[in-house]
Write a protein that binds this ligand. Structure first.
Ligand code: GCO
Ligand code: MG
Length: 406
């Protein structure tokens, strides 16, 4: 069996998605997500200029060898651009192998470990009252786990909260401008957040899992303070409490709080995860298919995590395409140390470009039973949505404009 063609499809049905399609001499094709939010075209170039020429004529069944060839063979290891490109190849090859075997992907990974995949939804509000309403709306829809983010009194733009109500699920869209600027005050945030969660817990009752994303904004000792203040609320997790370049810093958070910690959406290899996992400084690892080298590498990360009772919590914001979501749901259905899967619904327009067989029902998601990972791309429709330059925002301290973590 041989790879005969591979091409990159870029489209922007509301936001940019990069998709790799691989064709074979047996007529079977596979696709993989290669989207790196705000840096999309770098991955396109890496694939088109450097990776695709090396794939021609190779046996697509040799997933592991191709992975090693692209990782070790490049000499320049790791990094989000490289690993997203490798992930796209790897995902497309698993798609092909599963189609050849006439099996849904989770069967090839080792079969079903659970009936469905618990997902968490995003409840975002401009203030506490609106956030509580959004949490309750998610509970009505059947969510068992809900992430709550709120505007902070005195701050104009905060992570996860869009300017107007109802647009909350669509923040960070493609807008063609330069990065927008958010403002930040740790003092105001720390004053607001414990009260927000008290109100949320009071309204939602004891059973729903509550999550919160700090988005790398606190120092370790501030994160310790927040985690401690949130203990009475019994959080499912506190995400990205501090930047993870210096991983020993997480010891300071651990010394001060038992609130569980989730990290890893911006990690791209097992080496980024190693210290946090081996020193048991986190409880959930957030790497997902597209940014961490595909199914082949993500499985390796999950196996390492399982030795230390760290569970998975795959990233699933809308900048990861439905192709990544489809593959992640097969992974989640198999992985023994599953924790939760993030689910931020794509718009109808986005979903129309990516026909898929996964579904959401009462707080759970289910991958389909069709051979492969169950997601396709409608190339004709995709061509109607050309690439639009788009950036993630940046964040500055409110009182003096110092550039802060976003
Ligand atoms: C999350 C993330 C996202 C990221 C986005 C960046 O927890 O879902 O933090 O909101 O900011 O995916 O591309
Ligand atoms: Mg996050």
């Amino acid at each position: 069996m041989k790879i005969t063609a591979a091409r990159v499809i870029v489209c922007s049905p509301g936001r940019n998605f990069v998709t790799l399609k691989i064709e074979t001499d047996q007529g079977v094709t596979g696709i993989g997500d290669a989207t790196l939010n705000g840096r999309e075209l770098s991955v396109v170039s890496y694939l088109e200029d450097h990776v695709i020429p090396c794939l021609m004529g190779r046996d697509p069944q040799q997933i592991e060898d191709i992975w090693q060839y692209l990782y070790k063979g490049a000499y320049w290891r790791r990094g989000p651009v490289t690993m997203s490109a490798i992930a796209a190849v790897d995902t497309a090859l698993w798609d092909i192998k599963a189609k050849m075997a006439n099996m849904p992907l989770y069967q090839l990974l080792g079969g079903r470990s659970r009936t469905g995949v618990m997902v968490y939804g995003h409840a975002n509000g401009r203030d506490t009252a609106e956030t509580v309403d959004e949490v309750l709306r998610h509970k009505e829809e059947g969510y068992l786990a809900i992430r709550a983010q709120s505007g902070v009194p005195g701050l104009n733009k905060v992570y996860g909260v869009s300017g107007h109500h109802g647009a909350s699920r669509m923040y960070e869209p493609a807008d063609g401008n330069l990065p927008s600027e958010h403002d930040w005050s740790t003092e105001k945030y720390l004053r607001h957040t414990p009260g927000l969660f008290e109100a949320v817990r009071e309204a939602v009752g004891p059973d729903v899992h509550l999550l919160h994303d700090v988005h790398h904004r606190l120092t370790p000792i501030e994160a310790g303070q927040l985690g401690k203040a949130l203990e009475p609320v019994r959080m499912f997790w506190m995400e990205d409490p501090t930047p993870a370049e210096n991983q020993d810093a997480f010891q300071w958070i651990r010394h001060h709080t038992t609130t569980p910690i989730a990290v890893g959406e911006i990690f791209n290899s097992i080496w980024d995860c190693k210290t946090l996992i081996e020193k048991q400084l986190i409880d959930y690892i957030r790497t997902t298919v597209v940014h961490a080298g595909g199914i082949t590498h993500l499985r390796r990360i999950a196996d390492l995590a399982s030795l230390y009772q760290v569970r998975t919590g795959c990233h699933g914001a809308t900048d990861l395409s439905p192709v990544c979501m489809g593959a992640a749901l097969h992974f989640d259905t198999w992985v023994p140390n599953f924790g939760v899967q993030e689910f931020m619904p794509h718009s109808e327009e986005m979903l129309s470009v990516f026909p898929h067989d996964y579904r959401f029902e009462r707080g759970m998601m289910y991958c389909g039973e069709s051979p492969g990972h169950g997601v396709d791309i409608d190339e004709k429709l995709a061509a109607k949505y050309p690439y639009q330059r788009a950036y993630l925002p940046v964040n500055r301290l409110q009182h003096d404009g110092t550039l802060w973590n976003w």
